[in-house]
Design a protein around this ligand. Structure first.
Ligand SMILES: Cc1cc2nc3c(=O)[nH]c(=O)nc-3n(C[C@H](O)[C@H](O)[C@H](O)COP(=O)(O)OP(=O)(O)OC[C@H]3O[C@@H](n4cnc5c(N)ncnc54)[C@H](O)[C@@H]3O)c2cc1C
Length: 360
């Protein structure tokens, strides 16, 4: 059997792309190495409201817990901002993936579980011992993508992360962020109904996590940052974590991954129906979201490596006007917008922050 599209990876990005293509009448096979979609969960499950619009999923369907703001804590100093409206939801991530997989199957896509894509063999894919043919192959196979290696690409960095889920003990409307906590990039506490997720990313994340929370079973994962140089080679496309479609400022990959899947679906449709070039995918996602992800890399280099003490000094000079700027322009998916507005509207304050970052 020859498919129109073979997608390696039944994560949220692979399933969403599979759903969009199957709904347009293309034959789609999704290959997933695990025996259950959505498991094991390696995610804090914090999704901006925009994600639900793109995915077409109601927050309530994934047990969405509304989040309105954040408290930034560095050593013994902190500042907090809280919007009137909901900014994000923490969700049941396994359920989120399953809903997308069900949508793909309802649209007509086949999902093959417990099968691993091994390598390309000429114009076929080797799925365990079997050769499967498709017109287009998509690598949506996550952080350690085999498909990415297959086309000779790499991401800039792969960063480790740890998390536990325990009983909630923080304000139920806001997340707590601990920038540069104990030599990590940052740590977090995110409320999820009666529980909260406590995690850390970068550095010795497991050790840092234990300093923040001594109980709970740790789950570990990895996150890629830095985009691949090329996401299309012949009839192979990369999307999601496999292409480095992750915000380097917050390490969130669901929004950019789904957005790029949406773009990929349109380019694949144009290719299969009219012979339009697949290379258009590369240009389109770079125009739509690539610039922001590159700016995010700069934010990551500046703000994730200055240490807790410098963060304490920044936190201490936050004032009412800065809170208002954050509330008006802060956007977890497009963090550069806040920085641009802050430079425009509070240049002296930004200068002061920079000086505090340089001269501790
Ligand atoms: C601790 C942690 C917390 C996070 N928190 C958030 C958050 O709060 N918000 C957010 O937006 N993002 C978060 N992320 C990132 C987010 O989880 C990823 O960006 C997202 O899962 C990417 O989706 P994907 O479909 O591209 O890849 P994945 O979800 O990794 O899916 C890839 C799938 O491919 C399968 N696969 C891999 N190789 C093969 C193969 N050879 N053959 C068959 N199948 C294969 C895998 O089993 C997997 O199911 C977090 C990540 C971690 C580690």
């Amino acid at each position: 059997m020859k498919y129109d599209v073979l997608i390696v990876g039944g994560g949220p990005v692979g399933c969403f792309l599979g759903a969009l293509l199957a709904e347009r009448g293309f034959s789609v096979l999704i290959v997933e190495e695990h025996d259950e979609i959505g498991e094991p969960v390696e995610c804090a499950g914090l999704l901006s409201t925009r994600v639900f619009e793109v995915a077409g999923i109601s927050p309530m369907k994934v047990r969405g817990h509304p989040i309105k703001g954040a408290k930034v804590i560095a050593s013994n100093s902190s500042f907090e901002f809280r919007a009137k409206e909901i900014k994000a939801y923490s969700v049941d991530r396994a359920l989120f993936d399953k809903i997308l997989a069900n949508r793909a199957e309802r649209g007509g896509a086949e999902i093959l579980l417990k099968r691993r894509f091994r390598k390309m063999m000429g114009d076929s894919a080797l799925i365990d011992g079997e050769e499967v043919k498709a017109k287009i192959y998509v690598g949506a196979d996550g952080v350690s993508s085999v498909m990415r290696r297959e086309i000779g690409e790499s991401v800039k960095k792969i960063v480790g992360a740890s998390q536990v889920e325990i009983e909630n003990e923080i304000d139920e409307e806001i997340v707590e962020i601990y920038p540069c906590f104990s030599n990590t990039y940052f740590a977090w506490k995110i409320p999820f109904h009666e529980n909260m997720r406590v995690g850390a990313v970068g550095g010795d994340h497991s050790h840092a996590l234990r300093k923040l929370c001594s109980v709970g079973k740790i789950s570990r994962g990895a996150i890629p940052i830095g985009l691949v140089r090329k996401s299309v080679k012949k009839n192979i496309l990369l999307v999601g974590d496999s292409a480095g479609h992750v915000k380097p400022s917050s390490f969130g990959g669901i929004y950019p991954g789904l957005k790029c899947a949406e773009i990929a679906s349109k380019v694949i449709e144009a290719h299969l129906s009219e012979g339009a070039p697949l290379e258009a995918y590369e240009k389109a996602w770079r125009r739509e979201i690539g610039k922001e992800l590159r700016k995010g890399m700069l934010i990551h280099r500046i703000f994730h490596n200055i240490g807790e003490e410098r963060w304490r000094k920044i936190v201490e000079i936050m004032d009412e006007e800065m809170m208002m700027l954050i509330l008006n322009y802060g956007d977890i998916d497009y963090p550069s917008r806040l920085i641009r507005e802050a430079i425009k509207k509070r240049p002296l304050k930004i200068m002061k922050i920079l000086l505090r970052m340089i001269f501790i």
